[in-house]
Design a protein around this ligand. Structure first.
Ligand SMILES: [Zn+2]
Ligand SMILES: [Zn+2]
Ligand SMILES: [Zn+2]
Length: 316
């Protein structure tokens, strides 16, 4: 009898162990976030750059990097959402194919836009008549972003032809997108020429993810980034420039971002567990974190932070 109880307990613990492993393993998880791009709006290599950073790509030493984008995938319901529509959307949807249970599902279930800078919304053009000609893809946008798309060509043609259907968002309000996920926009300070700028919180039944690809400086935000990181399980945040002076001959106050070095200092007092939630992304072509290998990338990782990589997945 004791032997049977023993075998039963061993089998039970093995089943629980495998179940947990399956749940937390990004390669077998049904629900996950996949990184589809890590570069700043202009991508890598950057047009016209003759410096070493981009020469390394043209001479074959470095690989291409797509513009900052996350996909939220739910293989239980065969749905997926994009966070931003980038100029690399064609390659990014192809990259995502191998992770989708339902193959040949190219048209996204929905798209959440952060703001009207070129890397974050111009991919919408590939949903139009000249390209995929989608049918009423829900595009979630804040009021100014929505108005911008509805009142300017060529974007308003996507609206008129019903390639997209714009769903208005309200700052700090959750939207349930299916039975497993909700999404909440958070306004952030940024160069708001054409639209406001938001970051997003993605919430599953068990996990929360923060995504802020663009923000001027942490200090200008009405929320404390350290508190916000504490509330989530993963945070993909603006790492555009590694350090001050990275753009020689250009006033970096015109394109403000938290330098990765500044963020590292700001987060230096956090516990190892808090630091490990942080993934830097949205790298300028000049940023050494964009490279496949660099001493700066090693340093950031040694300090306990993460650097986002294309095809990286986190289970939700
Ligand atoms: Zn950007
Ligand atoms: Zn360059
Ligand atoms: Zn921007």
């Amino acid at each position: 009898m004791k032997i049977f109880i023993g075998i039963f307990l061993v089998t039970l613990s093995f089943l629980i162990f495998s179940f947990n492993k399956k749940e937390n393993n990004p390669s077998t998880a049904q629900q996950f976030i996949e990184v589809l791009g890590i570069a700043q709006d202009a991508g890598y290599p950057q047009i016209g750059c003759t410096k070493q950073c981009c020469a390394d790509y043209w001479s074959g030493k470095e690989t291409k990097k797509y513009v900052s984008c996350l996909a939220l995938v739910d293989n239980e319901t065969n749905e997926y959402w994009l966070f931003d529509a980038t100029p690399n959307i064609t390659e990014q949807l192809q990259m995502l194919q191998s992770s989708l249970q339902n193959k040949n599902q190219y048209s996204p279930t929905g798209i959440f836009l952060t703001h009207a800078h070129m890397g974050h919304y111009t991919g919408l053009m590939y949903l139009g008549r000249e390209a995929m000609n989608t049918k009423s893809v829900p595009v979630y946008a804040m009021p100014r972003m929505k108005n911008f798309l509805e009142t300017n060509g060529p974007w308003n043609q996507l609206v008129h032809l019903k390639n997209i259907e714009i769903h208005p968002l309200v700052n700090d309000s959750m939207v349930a997108i299916n039975k497993n996920f909700s999404v909440k926009p958070l306004l952030v300070p940024h160069r708001d020429e054409y639209s406001e700028t938001v970051g997003y919180i993605v919430q599953s039944k068990k996990k929360k993810v923060l995504f802020i690809p663009d923000i001027d400086k942490w200090e200008k935000w009405n929320k404390n980034i350290v508190d916000e990181i504490e509330k989530v399980d993963f945070a993909f945040i603006d790492g555009t420039f590694y350090q001050n002076g990275e753009l020689p001959g250009r006033n970096m106050n015109e394109v403000p971002h938290p330098f990765v070095e500044e963020s590292i200092r700001k987060f230096s007092g956090l516990s190892a567990a808090e630091k490990s939630k942080i993934y830097f992304t949205h790298f300028n072509h000049t940023n050494p974190l964009l490279k496949n290998k660099s001493p700066e990338k090693d340093r950031v990782k040694q300090l306990g932070f993460n650097v986002a990589e294309e095809k990286m997945k986190i289970a939700l």
